[in-house]
Design a binder for this molecule. Structure first.
Ligand code: FAD
Length: 426
């Protein structure tokens, strides 16, 4: 339980990439000027980006991808409370939570001086008709293990569809430079198609020709930039993958296939899909949220109407595409702003401008990966794509460093990864 002090009390909702990162950055920049508490329903960090790699390399991601959260936070004197956040009242500065270590707890209210919303999003698989019976995915260990079990024991070599449902992005408070995305995060489907093709080949169950990649948008993974995507699609086409664009949305998944909102359909044996990333229900309708429920902020990651409320990671309306790498940049901004508020950082330093970048390393199987670094989605000129063994080594090494350093990836970690991937061909 949080100690009572006179220091400003910073409450962080969510303890995965954005929540842990924000706690560490706030401690780095604001020092001992604040009390920090993180609330999450689970006491571990789920290292989601490497889940697909783990299952295809024969490891259970529940064993290898869960990092203990409480000890990581304690290293920075950050308190942790395991509870379900059920409501938020920004007028009264209170959060309602239900402790969830044992069922049956009542709800409690907690006040804050500064609030950081890092609750991610709700992955709405339950809104895709037929998903429970005929759909598969890899965004958590449970579903990833269900998929690998199916592939090993039940898959008969039929056609496989991999792609995304339509993402609903809000418009209220959105800056002019941020485009509308029709899919929330399309690195994962591309990565999965490539690594699954390799797995099918090495397990004598087929290969790229079994797989069709689909997207609701004009271009898959369009936030990676047209040049990068065309290079990727050319390589994928030569390998034998099928490709469908402008599917608009997934209407339903059935025993025999998948149907799309543009009227097209595919006969399939297996459908691996990514859903709409929806904000949590209790955030919708709040004065800090857009019409969908994502939290509106400026580039300082503060809500313009409630400047003591911050958001970062997938919960923030500004985070599009929904990428951990963008959330990571945002946590730094949150840390600086809170340090400014408590007099530990000069405004000129805290308010330094920044622009989001897409940084994504995707497994291709066989010890290879693709590396994408782009800012063209946000109006910049960077569009870098590399494929080979070095990005794979970086993907694995980054996770190792993350766990060993309890999430404290040194500041040079990301620029170093960028530099090596873009300068060295291996
Ligand atoms: C398969 C896959 C691969 C990916 N690969 C990459 C990649 O290579 N690179 C990249 O940058 N991004 C990647 N992403 C995206 C990345 O995983 C997300 O952007 C990132 O996890 C967002 O972090 P977050 O902390 O904002 O939200 P989350 O990771 O969703 O964490 C939210 C936290 O809030 C907690 N929470 C939620 N609601 C409540 C509540 N009501 N009460 C209490 N606690 C709650 C959850 O338990 C969780 O710990 C990938 C995503 C997927 C699905």
């Amino acid at each position: 339980m949080t100690q009572r002090t006179t220091k400003p009390n910073v409450l962080i909702l969510g303890g995965n990439f954005a929540g842990l990162g924000a706690a560490q950055k706030i401690r780095d920049y604001a020092g001992d000027a604040v009390e920090i508490t993180v609330i999450d329903r689970k006491a571990y960090l789920d290292y989601i980006p490497n889940i697909p790699l783990e299952i295809f390399e024969g490891r259970d991601p529940a064993v290898t991808m869960h990092m203990p959260l409480i000890e990581a936070l304690a290293k920075d004197d950050v308190h942790f409370e395991q509870a379900e956040v059920v409501a938020l009242d920004v007028g009264a500065r209170t959060v309602t939570l239900r402790p969830n270590e044992r069922p049956g707890s009542p709800c409690y209210k907690k006040t804050y001086d500064k609030l950081v919303i890092a609750l991610g999003a709700r992955l709405a698989y339950d809104e895709i008709e037929g998903f429970a019976d005929y759909g598969h995915t890899v965004s958590d260990a449970w579903h990833a293990n269900r998929l690998i079990d199916y592939l090993k024991n039940d898959y008969k070599g039929g056609h496989i569809a991999i792609g995304s449902a339509r993402f609903e992005q809000g418009a209220r408070g959105r800056p002019d430079w941020l485009p509308t995305a029709l899919a929330a995060c399309e690195g994962p489907p591309v990565e999965l198609a490539l690594s699954l093709a390799h797995w099918l080949e090495t397990n004598d169950k087929g290969g790229a020709k079994n797989i069709t990649l689909f997207t609701p948008a004009e271009l898959i993974a369009e936030d990676a930039g047209e040049k990068v995507v065309h290079q990727l699609l050319e390589a994928a086409g030569q390998m034998g993958f099928g490709y469908m664009n402008n599917t608009k949305d997934i209407v339903r998944i059935t025993k025999t296939g998948i149907e799309f909102a543009n009227g097209e359909a595919l006969e399939t044996e297996l459908n691996i899909v990514f859903p709409n990333w929806k904000p949590h229900g209790f955030l919708r309708g709040l004065p800090i949220s857009d019409e969908v429920g994502f939290i509106v902020t400026g580039m300082d990651m503060r809500n313009p109407d409630y400047p003591d409320v911050f958001a970062c990671g997938d919960a923030a309306a500004l985070t599009v595409p929904k990428l951990g790498a963008i959330g990571h940049q945002e946590t730094d901004v949150v840390g600086r702003q809170i340090a400014k508020d408590v007099g530990r950082m000069a405004p000129a330093e805290a308010d330094k401008g920044w622009s989001p970048e897409v940084l994504c390393i995707g497994d291709m199987g066989g010890g290879k990966a693709f590396y994408i670094h782009a800012d063209s989605w946000f109006g910049g000129k960077i569009q870098e794509l590399r494929m080979g063994r070095l990005p794979y080594a970086q993907k694995v090494a980054y996770k190792e460093m993350f766990f060993r350093k309890h999430g404290r990836v040194p500041n040079w970690g990301l620029p170093f990864a960028k530099w090596t991937a873009e300068q060295i061909a291996v």
